[in-house]
Structure formats: structure tokens, C-alpha cells
Design a protein around this ligand. Structure first.
Ligand SMILES: CC(C)(COP(=O)(O)OP(=O)(O)OC[C@H]1O[C@@H](n2cnc3c(N)ncnc32)[C@H](O)[C@@H]1OP(=O)(O)O)[C@@H](O)C(=O)NCCC(=O)NCCS
Length: 169
């Protein structure tokens, strides 16, 4: 199995939302209610595709490709030193795609002189980020677009202290 990570192309916004939705529905329902899931998913509508294309937060976005098939997406917001997103569709899970996305995000952060990243991890993703060297900062809630509060774990990592934490495949 070969995992590669490349930048998301402008014509892949639909793919981005589809992977996002499939990852949430397929892998996060163990830790969240149906209300949480519905508030977290971003439906693939024209309006959401337009907003994603607009990219108001200047996200730097990536795609993880497993044996030639795109199965994961990730995003970084340099201005906030924020690891914004890592999502892997169920058929690509536990094959190193999420880790490869985090490594690409961290490398891009380092390349831009960002030395620490924070993120809001979903409860199901806490062990994943912990393996990659992220520490728990706070257990909190964030409001979803439907105003439903979602429990998350704020986590952070000093990129210079742990340049090689986690596994590479
Ligand atoms: C979290 C997520 C991105 C992990 O992606 P992945 O490609 O499966 O991760 P990897 O294969 O790189 O996992 C690396 C290691 O992290 C740990 N890990 C990953 N998922 C885990 C889980 N669900 N439970 C416990 N540990 C996990 C394991 O140690 C794993 O190594 P192993 O498979 O040899 O045991 C994926 O499960 C996902 O998309 N979840 C739903 C969406 C989500 O919650 N995204 C995060 C938003 S903050």
C-alpha cells in the first residue's frame, strides 16, 4: 500500500466535502450523537461548495491518496497556527493516511516558521493525535453551525520539540 499526500486541487471541492462527510459518518458515530453528527457534516450543496472555494480562512488543503485513490483530506491555517482538519474515509482508515496528512501539515507549518500547532480534536480522534505527539490542553465544547455544542479536546504540539514524533510509513 502506497500513501502519498498532495495539495487539494481547485476542482476537488466536492471530493473534499464527500471525504469529510464519509469520515464523520463512518468513524465518529462511536463518540457522538446523531444530532452532533448532523451538525458536524457539511452537506455537499452549491452554497457550501462556493464557501469552500472562497476559502475565507486561507486554509492550505491536502489530499491523501492510497494506492492511487483519494481517501483523506487535511487543512492547515497558518495565520492561527491551527491544524484545522484531518479526515480519512472508512475504506482508507488505519493505513497511515491520517498520519501522512499530519506530517504534511506539520512540514508546511515548519516551512512557514510556525513552531507550534493547536487543534480541536474530536473525541474519537484524541488517541490518533496523542500518538502523533499532541498534548491535551483542555476539554471543551465548540458550537456547531446548527448551534449544537460539540465536545472536543483542544490539543497542541511544539513542532521543534517533537520533529519526528509519530510513525511514518
Ligand atoms: C482520526 C482519523 C483522521 C485517523 O486517520 P487514519 O488514517 O485512520 O490514521 P492512521 O492510520 O494514520 O493512524 C495512526 C495511528 O493513530 C492511532 N489511531 C488512529 N485511529 C485511531 C482510533 N480510532 N482509535 C485509537 N487509535 C487510533 C493508532 O495508533 C494508529 O496506528 P495503528 O493503526 O497502527 O494502530 C480518522 O479516524 C478519521 O477521519 N476519523 C473521523 C473524522 C475525525 O474525527 N477527524 C478528526 C477531526 S479533529
Amino acid at each position: 500500500m502506497v500513501v502519498t499526500v498532495r495539495p487539494l486541487r481547485d476542482d476537488e471541492m466536492r471530493l473534499y466535502l464527500q471525504i469529510h462527510e464519509r469520515a464523520i459518518r463512518g468513524l465518529a458515530a462511536t463518540h457522538y450523537s446523531q444530532d452532533d453528527i448532523e451538525g458536524w457534516v457539511v452537506p455537499t450543496t452549491d452554497e457550501n461548495l462556493r464557501r469552500l472555494t472562497l476559502n475565507a480562512d486561507r486554509e492550505i488543503r491536502f489530499v491523501a491518496v492510497l494506492d492511487g485513490v483519494p481517501v483523506g483530506i487535511g487543512a492547515l491555517v497558518l495565520e492561527n497556527a491551527e491544524l484545522r482538519a484531518v479526515y480519512v474515509a472508512p475504506e482508507g482508515a488505519r493505513r497511515g493516511c491520517g498520519s501522512a496528512l499530519v506530517h504534511a501539515i506539520e512540514q508546511t507549518a515548519r516551512d512557514n516558521e510556525v513552531t507550534r500547532l493547536t487543534l480541536d480534536a474530536s473525541l474519537n480522534a484524541e488517541p490518533f493525535y496523542a500518538v502523533l505527539g499532541y498534548d491535551v490542553l483542555e476539554r471543551t465544547e465548540v458550537p456547531l453551525p446548527n448551534h449544537h455544542p460539540m465536545a472536543v479536546v483542544r490539543m497542541g504540539k511544539d513542532l521543534q520539540r517533537f520533529p519526528h514524533a509519530g510513525r511514518r510509513r
